[in-house]
Design a protein around this ligand. Structure first.
Ligand code: HEM
Length: 497
C-alpha cells in the first residue's frame, strides 16, 4: 500500500515537472525567444547546485552558447525568466526603463529582519531608505571617513610587518581583516585603534559566505518566492541577535558621548531624532528601529569587506604577474609618499591616476559581483529583438561576461590599466562593476577610497608576487560574488626608509 502511494506520488511529481518544463519552453518560444532547454524547470540553477563553480560562471556558459541572441529564456521553476545577452538590452533593463525594472528580483521574508535593507527592499520603501542613507556618502562625509580608512591602512601595514607569517598566508583573508577594520572605523566609528580580529569580521564573513542553504534560499527567493515564504526561509537569522545588539550599543554609546563623527552612527541618531521616516509622495512610512538601522549596517559591512578585498586581491594578483605595471604603480606611489611626507590625504589619493587605472582594470577583470537581477513590474518591450516582457518576469544581466567579451574589450584576459587612460575608448557604457541606473551601488565612491588606501599603503612597504597560477582562475561557489580561489599572492617587504 505504502509503496503504491509513494509510486503514485513519484509519477505525479514527474508528470508535473515534465509539464512545467514544457510550459516554460512554450512560454518563450511563443514570444520568439530562444529557450535554454537543457534543464527546462531549473535552468542554470541546476548546474550551479550540481557542479563546481560560481553562479556567474553558469550564466557565462549561456553567454558563450547563445552569443548573438538578444536574450535567452531559462527555466526558473514557475517564474518566467530571461538571461539578457545584448549589452543594449542590459542597459535598457538596468537604466533606461527603470519604471518597468525597479524591483531587485529577490523577495526576502518578513521575519528576516536584517534582509530588510536597501539591497532587498523594493518600491516606495526602497526609495525612502535609499534617500535616507544617501547623505552618508557626500564628498564632505567621505573626506572625513578617508582619514580613518588611511589610518586603518597604516595600522594594517604595521600589523603585517609584525606578523611575517601573513606574507605567505592566505592573502585574501588577510586583506579582509584590513577591510573590516576600515569599515568598522570609518562607517561605524567603532574603535579608535584598528582591530584586525574583531567579531564584526566574523559577521562580515558569515553574511557573504556561500553555503548550500544560503544558495538554495537565494534561488527560491528569486525563482519561487511563494515557496520560500511558505518554508519561512531566512538569510541572516544566525547573526541577527549579535549584530542588532552590537549596533544598538554603538548608537546608544554615541548618544551618550555626544561627539559628532559624521558617520553611520551619527546618521542613525539624526534619523531616530526626526521620528518616523516618511515619503510624502507615496505616503510610505518606516519606523527607524534599531533592527532596521542594523539591517542597513549589516549590508554596508558585508559590502565593504569581501567585495573590496576582492578588488585589492585581484589587483595584487595581476600586478604580481605583470612586473612592468607593478613597477609603474610603485613609481607613482613612491613619488606621492615622498612628495607629501607619507601624508596621503583624500586629495592626494584623488590625484593618483595610475592607481585609479589599476583598480579600474582589476574591477573589469574580476568585478566582485558577477551578474545582476531585476524583476519586471510593468509589461514592456526590450529594444533589441523586440522582446515582450510581462510583469513578474525575472531578469538576469551579466557583468563578468560583458567585461570579458572580446567585442567590448579586446583581449579581455590581458590586464591592461591603459584601457582606462583618459581619452581611451574603453566602452565605459558597458563597464559596470557597481551596476547601472538608479539602483546602482550607493557605496561606489566609499569603496574606491577604501581600496585605494589599502593598495597604496601595502605597496609602499611591500611588493607582490603571484603564486600557483597554472591554469585559468577558478572561483568559489558563490551565488553572486566573484571570488578567485586558485591563486595566491606573496607579500615581500621593500627596502624603503
Ligand atoms: C568593491 C566594492 C563594491 C562593489 C563592487 C559593489 C557593487 C555593487 C553592485 C554591483 C550593486 C548592485 C547594483 C545594481 O543592481 O545595479 C551594489 C548595490 C549596493 N551597494 Fe555596493 N559594491 C561595493 C561596495 C559597497 C559598499 C562599501 C557599500 C556601502 C558602504 C555598498 C552599498 C551598496 C548598496 C546599499 C547597494 C544597493 C543599492 C540599491 O539597491 O539601491 N556597496 N553594489
Amino acid at each position: 500500500m505504502l509503496l503504491s502511494v509513494i509510486l503514485i506520488g513519484l509519477i505525479t511529481s514527474l508528470i508535473l515537472i515534465y509539464l512545467l518544463g514544457i510550459n516554460n519552453e512554450r512560454y518563450w518560444k511563443k514570444r520568439g525567444v530562444k529557450f535554454h532547454s537543457k534543464n527546462k524547470v531549473t535552468g542554470v540553477f541546476w548546474e550551479f547546485f550540481t557542479k563546481q563553480g560560481a553562479m556567474f560562471e553558469k550564466f557565462g556558459d549561456l553567454y558563450k552558447q547563445y552569443k548573438g541572441e538578444p536574450a535567452v529564456g531559462i527555466g526558473s521553476i514557475t517564474t518566467p525568466a530571461l538571461f539578457i545577452l545584448d549589452p543594449q538590452n542590459v542597459q535598457h533593463v538596468l537604466q533606461s526603463d527603470f519604471n518597468s525594472f525597479h524591483h531587485r528580483g529577490i523577495e526576502a521574508n518578513e521575519g528576516d529582519q536584517l534582509a530588510d535593507n536597501i539591497l532587498f527592499m523594493n518600491g516606495p520603501r526602497w526609495k525612502l531608505m535609499r534617500q535616507s542613507m544617501t547623505p552618508l556618502f557626500t564628498t564632505a562625509k567621505l573626506k572625513n571617513m578617508y582619514y580613518i580608512m588611511d589610518k586603518s591602512a597604516q595600522d594594517f601595514v604595521t600589523y603585517l610587518k609584525e606578523h611575517p607569517k601573513l606574507w605567505e598566508g592566505d592573502c585574501f583573508e588577510t586583506l579582509m581583516t584590513f577591510c573590516n577594520a576600515a569599515v568598522c572605523g570609518a562607517i561605524f566609528g567603532i574603535g579608535t585603534e584598528s582591530i584586525f580580529d574583531s567579531p564584526f569580521l566574523g559577521v562580515a564573513r558569515s553574511v557573504t559566505a556561500p553555503s548550500l542553504k544560503r544558495n538554495l534560499t537565494f534561488t527560491l527567493m528569486s525563482a519561487a518566492p511563494r515557496v520560500a515564504k511558505f518554508l519561512g526561509l531566512t538569510l541572516f537569522r544566525d547573526v541577527e541577535d549579535f549584530l542588532i545588539g552590537a549596533m544598538t550599543n554603538v548608537i546608544q554609546h554615541r548618544k551618550k558621548e555626544n561627539v559628532k563623527k559624521h558617520d553611520f552612527a551619527d546618521l542613525c541618531i539624526n534619523i531616530q531624532k526626526n521620528g518616523t521616516m516618511k515619503d510624502p509622495t507615496s505616503g510610505t512610512e518606516i519606523e527607524p528601529t534599531y533592527g532596521i538601522l542594523t539591517a542597513q549596517a549589516m549590508f554596508f559591512l558585508g559590502a565593504g569587506v569581501e567585495p573590496v578585498a576582492t578588488v585589492i586581491f585581484s589587483a595584487f594578483m595581476e600586478l604580481g604577474r605583470n612586473p612592468d605595471i607593478l613597477e609603474q604603480l610603485h613609481r607613482e606611489i613612491d613619488e606621492n609618499f615622498e612628495k607629501h611626507n607619507g601624508n596621503i590625504t583624500y586629495d592626494v589619493i584623488d590625484g593618483m591616476e595610475y592607481t585609479d587605472k589599476v583598480l579600474s582594470e582589476a574591477m573589469r577583470i574580476n568585478p566582485p559581483i558577477g551578474f545582476l537581477s531585476r524583476k519586471c513590474v510593468k509589461d514592456t518591450v526590450l529594444p533589441v529583438g523586440n522582446i515582450k516582457v510581462e510583469s513578474g518576469t525575472n531578469m538576469f544581466t551579466p557583468i563578468y561576461d560583458i567585461h570579458h567579451d572580446p567585442d567590448v574589450y579586446p583581449e579581455p584576459h590581458v590586464f591592461n590599466p591603459e584601457r582606462f587612460a583618459k581619452g581611451n575608448k574603453h566602452s565605459d557604457k558597458f563597464y559596470m562593476p557597481f551596476g547601472l541606473g538608479n539602483r546602482m551601488c550607493i557605496g561606489e565612491r566609499y569603496a574606491k577610497l577604501q581600496m585605494a588606501a589599502g593598495l597604496v599603503h601595502v605597496l609602499r612597504h611591500f611588493t607582490v608576487k603571484t603564486k600557483e597560477l597554472k591554469t585559468a582562475i577558478k572561483f568559489k561557489s558563490h551565488f553572486v560574488n566573484v571570488r578567485p580561489i586558485s591563486a595566491d599572492v606573496l607579500l615581500i617587504p621593500r627596502n624603503i626608509k
